[in-house]
Design a protein around this ligand. Structure first.
Ligand code: SF4
Length: 73
């Protein structure tokens, strides 16, 4: 559960096709695991606008970002 004001980032591992776009846009927040599927490393490792761009730029819309119940990407 994210605290108030914190971004909650979720990755749908079924949808992710391992393009790596997210780790390019928000390095340190996202990375690819040993299966080549994206994972969240540290939600605070990049500015929020970069994380939102990364979420919006996912080619398979596998990333979902919410903050205080509002869907950002
Ligand atoms: S941008 Fe989307 S499809 Fe590409 S690695 Fe990240 S979550 Fe997976």
């Amino acid at each position: 559960m994210a605290l108030p004001g914190e971004m909650k980032i979720e990755i749908d591992r079924e949808l992710c096709m391992g393009s790596g776009n997210c780790s390019f846009w928000a390095e340190g927040v996202f990375d690819l695991d040993d299966d080549g599927i994206a994972v969240v490393l540290d939600p605070t490792a990049a500015p929020e606008d970069k994380i939102i761009l990364a979420g919006q730029g996912c080619p398979t819309q596998a990333i979902s970002i919410t903050k205080d119940g509002e869907k950002l990407a």
